[in-house]
Design a protein around this ligand. Structure first.
Ligand SMILES: Nc1ncnc2c1ncn2[C@@H]1O[C@H](COP(=O)(O)OP(=O)(O)OP(=O)(O)O)[C@@H](O)[C@H]1O
Ligand SMILES: [Mg+2]
Length: 337
C-alpha cells in the first residue's frame, strides 16, 4: 500500500493545457569553494505559456544566461524545479535521460551559433534529426520545409563560412526547430545582427510561435527583442523583480514595471524608488484598501554610502548616492555596517 502511494506521488503530473513549462524556486550556485561561490539565481519562479514569446531583460551579470542554461538542462539547478508540459521535472533527470528529453523538447539559438563548420546548411539542420534516428527521407523533407520557411533554400549547400550573419542565424533557428520542440531558448539571438536582420528574425519567431504553438524564451539587451516579446520579465541580481507588457522600452523600465512578489513573498523595490527615499532600509507598513503602504523610517536608517566604493561585480568605481553600478548595472549592497 505504501509502495503504491509512493509510485503515484512520484508520477509526473502534466501541467495545465495553456502552459509550456513552470519554473519553481530555482537557485543556481556556481563554484564549489566558499570563496568562489556566486549565487547566480536566488529563487526564480515563473510560468512560460504555450505559444508565447517571453523576454528576459536585465543588466549584465544578472543571471539571464544561467537561467536559460538551467531551463535547457545544461546546468543542474542547485535547488528548485523545472517542469515541462508532460510533468517531467528536468532538475531530477539523470544525464542520459536529459539528453533524450532535450533533443525532443528544447531548441537553442545562441549568439554564437555553434553550427558545425564543415557541414552544409542542410546537413546542419538535419543533425538533430539524425541524432534522433529520423529516417533520411523524412529528414530531407523536414529540412527542405524549414529552409523554405526561413528563406535559405538557395543556400542549402553552403557551409557556415559562406553564409551571412543573418543567414547563419536562420540556419541555427531551422536547426533548433528540426525536432519540433515545445520550447526554444534564445540567448542574445540578434547579438551579431543589424537592425533589419534582427527584426526579420523576431518576425519569424512571432510567425512560428503562432503557426506551431512553440514557446520562445528570449534574453537580450536588444530593444528590438523587447519590442516583440508579449511579456518581459526583468531579472536583477538573480531575482525576478518586475514584469513588463508588450513593447517594453529597455531604456525606461521604470515607467512600465509591475513589481513581482515571488513565491517567498519577496518584492524588490526599484532602484529609483530607493534613491528617492535615500536608501532607507527600515519601513513602517500598513494594509489599507487592499493596498500595502510603506513609509521609510528616519535618516538614522539610511545606508552607509561611504563604504560602497567599488562594484563587487565589475570593480567599477561607484559614485556616491548610486545604488546600481553605472557600468554593469549590478545592484549594490545597501546595508553596510
Ligand atoms: N561558470 C561560471 N562560474 C562562476 N560564476 C559564473 C559563471 N558563469 C556566470 N557566472 C556568474 O553568475 C552571474 C550571472 O551570470 P550570467 O552569465 O547568467 O549573467 P547574464 O545576465 O547572462 O549576463 P550578460 O548579459 O553579460 O550575458 C554573474 O555574476 C557571473 O559572473
Ligand atoms: Mg548572458
Amino acid at each position: 500500500m505504501s509502495n503504491k502511494m509512493k509510485t503515484n506521488n512520484s508520477e509526473p503530473q502534466p501541467l495545465p493545457e495553456n502552459l509550456s513549462s513552470q519554473i519553481i524556486d530555482v537557485y543556481h550556485v556556481y563554484g564549489l569553494k566558499l570563496q568562489n561561490k556566486v549565487v547566480a539565481l536566488k529563487g526564480v519562479s515563473f510560468d512560460i505559456k504555450k505559444g508565447e514569446i517571453l523576454g528576459i531583460v536585465g543588466p549584465s551579470g544578472s543571471g539571464k544566461s544561467t537561467l536559460l542554461l538551467s531551463l535547457g538542462g545544461m546546468l543542474k539547478p542547485t535547488a528548485g524545479k523545472i517542469i515541462y508540459s508532460d510533468g517531467t521535472d528536468i532538475s531530477k533527470l539523470p544525464e542520459e535521460e536529459m539528453h533524450n528529453f532535450r533533443r525532443n523538447n528544447i531548441g537553442y539559438v545562441f549568439q554564437e551559433h555553434n553550427l558545425i563548420n564543415h557541414l552544409s546548411a542542410e546537413k546542419n539542420i538535419e543533425m538533430p534529426m539524425k541524432l534522433n534516428s529520423v529516417p533520411q527521407t523524412k529528414r530531407k523533407e523536414k529540412s527542405n520545409e524549414l529552409m523554405k520557411r526561413l528563406d535559405i533554400s538557395h543556400r542549402k549547400n553552403h557551409t557556415p563560412n559562406r553564409l551571412s550573419g543573418g543567414e547563419i542565424q536562420r540556419v541555427a533557428i531551422a536547426r533548433a526547430l528540426a525536432n519540433e520542440p515545445q520550447l526554444i531558448l534564445a540567448d542574445e539571438p540578434t547579438g551579431n545582427l543589424d537592425a533589419e536582420n534582427s527584426s526579420q528574425i523576431l518576425e519569424l519567431f512571432k510567425d512560428l510561435s503562432n503557426d506551431m504553438g512553440t514557446s520562445y524564451l528570449v534574453c537580450s539587451h536588444d530593444p528590438i527583442v523587447a519590442e516583440y516579446s508579449g511579456r518581459s520579465l526583468e531579472i536583477n541580481d538573480g531575482i525576478i523583480i518586475g514584469e513588463h507588457g508588450l513593447g517594453v522600452n529597455l531604456m525606461d523600465l521604470d515607467s512600465s514595471r509591475l513589481l513581482v512578489m515571488d513565491n517567498q513573498n519577496r518584492i524588490t523595490l526599484p532602484e529609483n524608488v530607493v534613491e528617492e527615499v535615500e536608501g532607507a532600509f527600515l519601513y513602517t507598513w500598513k494594509v489599507k484598501d487592499k493596498g500595502i503602504f510603506l513609509e521609510p523610517l528616519g535618516i538614522d536608517t539610511t545606508i552607509d554610502k561611504q563604504k560602497i566604493k567599488y562594484c563587487p561585480n565589475c570593480n567599477c568605481k561607484i559614485p556616491p548616492k548610486t545604488y546600481s553600478c553605472p557600468r554593469c548595472g549590478a545592484k549594490l549592497t545597501r546595508i553596510v555596517h
